[in-house]
Write a protein that binds this ligand. Sequence first.
Ligand SMILES: [Zn+2]
Length: 235
Amino acid sequence: MVWEEEEAYRLSCLLCTAPTLHNTNPDELLWCADSSKLFSVSSVYKWSESSLGNVIPVAASIWNNFAPPKVQFFGWLAWLGKVKTSSFLHRIGILIGNANLVCVFCHIEVESVEHIMLNCPFVWLLWSNIIHWWGLQWVIPGSVHGLLEWWSGCVMQKLEKKIRMAIPLATLWTTWKHRNDCVFNGSQPNLEALCELVKVRVAMWFKASKLQVDFSINDLAFNLPQVKYCIRNGG
Ligand SMILES: [Zn+2]
């Protein structure tokens, strides 16, 4: 299987970084991530931070917002590329033979995580609407990681950031729910309803959070520029 070959390749890469063996030296345990060769929690943290690069801010942005835990978990799966798309199920041998792997929205391309979450023309229109709603312009990133990194990268006020980081998760989650509805219940793709659902979802999560906000769900979903203005100016 292709995925097993990928895992075997990753293992061989990992083993390449192992210390060289010498027949004449006795075996001993060494912690190579620290110059003292002694294990400590802080050295593990420093090592993971340096080896993972910008992954940690993205991971933090997935978990540190007011989206419900199941949505955060889904965002984390999407970030890791582990969503159970048709191509994923085909790759691990669950969908076999001439199973239909084509995207249910555009009926053109095979359904991969990147396609169904970002690159599908239908989903691209959804993202464009949501980005415009938040008052931004963008060039579509090539991956879910790029997307989440872009969303979490902007410096802004804490409250505004909490709303902002729930938006990509709401969009990913709502897209996937809509995809399931089309695949399993025969629903038709509906862009307008989908755009509205993402906005209302973000507004409802915000209202349900511990943050005390005076804005209504209607204000948050359909009058966002004014709400953001009030937040920035302490209103
Ligand atoms: Zn598509």
